[in-house]
Design a protein around this ligand. Structure first.
Ligand code: NAD
Length: 482
């Protein structure tokens, strides 16, 4: 594979300064390969290629139906390599193979979905707007924004790329994509697949590299019209500052500390299942992970006991083994952060119910046991800060009002969940929760058709669905007199 090259203007090229960085398998700490490290000079070349493809090329002038053909070819290309791509993602990221396979399906599905929307755009790209003043006739027209820069994280390497590349291409934009340096490999495969699909040169450019050396110059490049970022709040803040200088259009998908409110009338088996899925899936490295759980007091101790019992049964291992349910944390630095957060939880008087350390028998790899804290103080670190690991913080509550207040008491507002047999109560709580996504009687299901994004510091804008396409479209009014 082309891991030592950058994909710029339809060519695989070596980085101008010749830099590389290592990507490591988090399950056994072995080196997978050296990867090309882009510098600001490479980013500049790629942005110029995208600019030229947009300004002088045919791509933004193609019909949605024409673009849909490319998007479907990319979807088919992902499907054709489903298993090897999933295995590569497991190596690079650590996630269990079953989850990686599902991510490949979702990534392909995302390209198909935006192929459909690209086709639909042909029929509603221009539409009339009725005005009070009948001397004027106005129509509204949707046009691609231009050159988009996408910077993505490591927790869903290919899927996060798909969430940005698919709608951008569907809209008629050209893109420069920078994947995370922790998991760069499947994005390079995506470039190979797009190349095989015959995507015109410069329409999609994929450059691996470090945040400071490749991400920052992309965010700061004056010829980028739109920045689409997914990652942490501190980096999101830097991206926003960089965008402010040139008034770039931005969308930000940032962190979370999502609450899950469980009322005492809930079915206990379902509650255990969804609470565990909400935090242990993908090793808890999910922006919307329901990492704060509020349980109504009559169910509290019983639920804790059941979760502890089930957590002990989770098969931990190398994601490539078929029975693995919990793989390693993505790298040493994240692993150290997760263990440090667990120590803080203990120091700040949370009750450790289970887990809390490296599992026995694992000499290599960044494994952490599924960890449950109860009686977590509301002002503690683990109740308020995103840990991004398999660590759940649980507290009891006594009234609906108290639960909603506590759930909303956060600088984040990405996801939230509520569980009860009382449907009216669920609806009431769902409306009261200050979050972009609210799940009732479940946690985490994600649909390509539905908007994804957060309130407060969890971000700006929405991805997926028609909202995702609109991220890459400008709105123009054309008004004529007589
Ligand atoms: P991160 O912010 O460290 O890195 C994200 C990307 O930004 C990487 O590609 C990185 O190289 C790049 N980057 C780093 N510094 C940069 C800079 N100065 N300028 C430009 N780019 C820079 O985040 P991460 O650790 O990769 O991802 C984890 C975070 O992402 C978590 O906070 C998680 O909640 C969030 N996340 C959010 C969503 C969502 O949809 N809201 C989805 C997945 C992850």
């Amino acid at each position: 594979m082309n891991s030592n090259k950058l994909y710029i203007n339809g060519q695989w090229v070596a980085p101008i300064k010749g830099g590389t960085f290592e990507t490591i398998n988090p399950a056994d700490e072995t080196l997978i390969c050296q990867v090309a490290a882009a510098s600001s000079e490479d980013i500049d070349t790629a942005v110029k290629a995208a600019r030229s493809a947009f300004d002088k090329g045919h791509w933004p002038k193609t019909s949605g139906a024409e673009r849909a053909v490319f998007l479907r070819k990319i979807a088919d290309g992902i499907r054709a390599q489903r298993k090897p791509l999933a295995e590569l993602e497991v190596k690079d990221n650590g996630k269990p193979l079953t989850e990686a396979l599902a991510d490949m399906d979702d990534s392909a599905g995302c390209f198909d979905f935006y192929a459909d929307l690209a086709e639909k755009l042909d029929s509603n790209q221009e539409y009339p707007l009725s005005l009070g003043d009948t001397r004027f006739k106005t129509k509204i027209r949707k046009e691609p924004i231009g050159v988009a820069g996408a910077i993505i994280p490591w927790n869903y390497p290919l899927l996060m790329a798909a969430w940005k590349v698919a709608p951008a291409l569907a809209a008629g934009c050209c893109m420069v994509l920078k994947p995370s340096e922790l998991t760069p490999l499947t994005a390079l495969k995506l470039a190979e697949i797009a190349d095989m699909a015959g995507l015109p040169a410069g329409v999609l450019n994929v450059l691996t590299g470090l945040g400071k050396d490749a991400g920052a110059p992309l965010a700061e490049h004056p010829d980028v019209d739109k920045l689409a970022f997914t990652g942490s709040v501190p980096t999101g803040s830097r991206i926003m500052a960089a965008a402010a200088r040139d008034i770039k259009n931005i969308s930000l998908e940032l962190g979370g500390k999502s609450p899950f409110i469980v009322f005492a009338d809930s079915d206990i088996e379902q509650a255990v299942e969804w609470v565990m899925f909400g935090i242990f899936f993908n090793q808890g490295q999910v922006c919307s992970a329901t990492s704060r759980v509020l349980v109504e007091r009559p169910l509290y101790e019983k639920l804790l006991a059941c979760i502890a019992q089930q957590a002990a049964k989770i098969t931990i291992g190398n994601g490539i083994q078929e029975d693995t349910l919990l793989g390693p944390i993505v790298n040493k630095s994240q692993y150290d952060k997760v263990l440090a957060a667990i120590e803080k939880g203990k120091q700040q008087n949370a009750r450790l119910v289970c887990g809390g350390k490296r599992p026995a028998g694992f000499d290599k790899g960044y494994f952490v046991e599924p960890t449950v804290f109860a009686d977590v103080p509301e002002d503690s670190f683990i109740w308020n800060e995103e840990i991004f690991g398999p660590v759940v913080a649980i507290r009891p509550f006594d009234s609906e009002e108290e639960a909603v207040q506590s759930a909303n008491h956060s600088r984040f507002g990405l996801g939230a969940a509520v569980m009860s047999k009382d449907s009216m109560r669920c609806e009431r709580v769902a409306r009261a929760l200050r979050a972009g996504i609210v799940w009732i009687n479940c946690s985490q299901p994600t649909f390509t058709e539905a908007p994804w994004g957060g309130y407060k510091q969890s971000g700006i804008g929405r991805e997926l669905g028609e909202w995702g396409l609109n991220n890459y479209l400008e709105t123009k009014q054309i008004t004529r007199y007589n």
